[in-house]
Design a binder for this molecule. Structure first.
Ligand code: SF4
Ligand code: FES
Length: 251
């Protein structure tokens, strides 16, 4: 099958970008969007051109490296699916794709479809880790944890840090990402020592770097990890809790 592509090409962070048109005449329904790009790049290289730059690693929905806008949708036409797992067979009849990088002020374009997602790392630095000296790792079973609570924490821990939620949001908010981290850590005993401090720091950083959340919910169908909107409620709850405990309390 023939697939026509319009792809954003940009030589560097300060260069002007533009869409360029390409066609792949022998695309297969089994190809993922990344395999389609691989195939196109072989064609471009054979013709002496510069291949399209995009990110990927695991290609099985685990690492969070892949991601770009496909016809305006983060990751592609299928909801809750990373670009590496979106196959042409899943959207029959669609033979024209417009690929462009995440469009968000917090994610400047590095080259072609690759953006700088350091802003998400800033959020992790602000509160996505446990800072207190916890000694050597305790035995996994030494701290009892209610089953449902552990399952909930794991659901929030599923976030792969791809940034699609930010790209989907009309405000460029990162509340789904920040909420997933806060909810995950506050549900685990290991994350409770600095629970209030973490909530204050993450809320401050998310407000400084990203846009405000208006609860449109556009982030939820874009999220390949299926993080629910309740992550944002969890973030707001953690910030309220931290405020009620007062600035002198870390926990
Ligand atoms: S919350 Fe979902 S969309 Fe946002 S970074 Fe995590 S996995 Fe990606
Ligand atoms: S390449 Fe790892 S999630 Fe897509």
């Amino acid at each position: 099958m023939r697939v026509e592509l319009e792809i954003w090409r940009q030589d560097g962070p300060r260069a002007n970008g533009r869409f360029e048109s390409y066609a792949v005449d022998d695309a297969e329904p089994e190809m993922s969007l990344l395999e389609l790009l691989d195939h196109l790049n072989d064609q471009i290289i054979e013709g002496g051109g510069e291949p399209v730059v995009f990110e990927s690693d695991c290609r099985e929905g685990v690492c969070g490296m892949c991601g770009f806008l496909v016809n305006g949708k983060p990751h592609g036409p299928q909801d809750n699916t990373p670009a590496c797992r979106q196959h042409l067979r899943a959207f029959p009849g669609v033979t024209r794709f417009r690929l462009e990088p995440w469009r968000s002020e917090a994610f400047p374009v590095i080259r072609d479809l690759v953006v700088d997602r350091t802003a998400l790392d800033e959020l992790i630095r602000a509160g996505g880790t446990v800072d207190v000296a916890a000694g050597t790792a305790p035995d996994a079973d030494s701290v009892a944890q209610p089953y449902l609570q552990a399952e909930q924490a794991l659901d929030f821990a599923a976030c792969i840090g791809c940034g699609a939620c930010v790209a989907a949001c009309p405000n460029g908010a990162a509340m789904l990402f920040a909420g997933a981290k806060l909810a995950h850590l506050s549900l685990m005993p290991q994350g409770r020592h600095e629970r209030s401090r973490r909530a204050r720091r993450m809320a401050q950083t998310v407000n400084e770097i990203f846009g405000p959340c208006s609860l449109y919910g556009e982030c939820v169908p874009a999220c390949p990890a299926g993080i629910p909107l309740t992550a944002i409620a969890a973030l707001n709850r953690e910030v309220l809790r931290a405020g009620l405990r007062g600035r002198s309390r870390d926990d």
